[in-house]
Design a protein around this ligand. Structure first.
Ligand SMILES: [Zn+2]
Length: 310
């Protein structure tokens, strides 16, 4: 399926400008399943961008949206990376400062990988940015590689983080061998065709390999509340919590499962994590709440482990 096949715009894509980002835009029907022509409009922002939910596969998607070329340009833009942040960056400093947030999700991700993979198993991190996850994964003994389209992030990753990241687009990636694990953290919501990306991931996986995914969860309590308040015009942020223009999609358990099944995967674990699950507060009350939110997928991201089926 090409971008043009999905473009149902009655007029040619027009130039768009959002929060300082400029580029070409395209109008799309549900890009995951080419679904029925009556998607539900959840919200339309002041710039005319609609946030729709597909009645067939249940994915939430933005339309019109920036074309892939425009998005890749945006990610290469000087202002996209906070260079000052990396000036005196060290892993230990980052870990200290993120003790109750990002670092905890790193640990939870690695625990999840450890449930399905052995340390010597080769793992590919798709869209890994600077490769921060790879740094911690290597410390745990995992054999990891990363691929990332943004030359700017790869340069920082190689130079500052010393992470094993290479620059490139996944569609052209062909290492000549298979991986036991492919991780796709916070990436599917950024790409024009997540189904195509997952199919490519499957082709890179060993037949007994595992896929690990994290995506935004529109059923998360905070996301639901923000959506409700935007729809009732109580919240005047114009649906900012969706993450447009970078985010093109949001999922819930059902729509993520549909997508994974369509790409040839069976989800085994589907849960959502609070930043405070592993470290920090560990009182009984706190543990009960985070565990309930994890099982019921009520945090704002869903994390999944899936098996590839023949
Ligand atoms: Zn759909």
């Amino acid at each position: 399926m090409t971008m043009n096949d999905r473009d149902i715009s009655p007029t040619p894509p027009e130039a768009g400008k959002f929060s300082g980002f400029a580029g070409k835009m395209e109008t799309v029907a549900c890009p995951v399943c080419d679904g029925p022509p009556n998607p539900k409009l959840i919200f339309k922002n002041a710039k005319g961008v609609g946030f729709w939910r597909c009645p067939s596969c249940r994915v939430m998607y933005a339309s019109p949206r920036f074309t892939q070329e425009s998005l890749l340009d945006i990610y290469e833009h000087e202002s996209f990376v906070d260079h000052a942040f990396y000036e005196d960056w060290s892993y230990e400093k980052w870990k200290r400062e993120n003790r109750h947030r990002s670092y905890v999700t790193q640990l939870l991700k690695l625990d999840l990988l450890g449930r399905f993979l052995a340390q010597q198993d080769p793992i590919l991190d798709v869209g890994c940015g600077t490769g921060l996850f790879l740094v911690e994964a290597q410390r745990r003994g995992f054999q990891v590689e990363g691929i990332e389209p943004s030359a700017r992030l790869v340069e920082i990753g190689n130079r500052v983080l010393k992470s094993p990241v290479q620059q490139g687009l996944l569609e052209a990636f062909d290492p000549g061998y298979k991986y036991q694990g492919v991780v796709v953290w916070d990436v599917l919501e950024h790409v024009p065709d997540p189904l195509e990306m997952l199919r490519k991931c499957k082709s890179l996986l060993d037949s007994r390999g595992y896929l690990f995914v994290q995506v935004p969860n529109y059923d998360g309590l905070s996301n639901r509340m923000k959506t409700f308040m935007c729809r009732k015009r109580i919240r005047k942020t114009g649906f900012k919590h969706f993450g447009f223009p970078g985010h093109l999609y949001s999922f819930n358990r059902k729509s993520l499962s549909n997508l994974l099944n369509a790409a040839g995967f069976t989800p085994i674990v589907l849960e959502s994590w609070s930043h405070h699950m592993k470290e920090g507060t560990s009182g009984l009350y706190h543990r009960i709440i985070t565990s309930f939110m994890k099982t019921m997928c009520l945090s704002d991201y869903i994390t999944c482990a899936a098996r590839s089926y023949p």
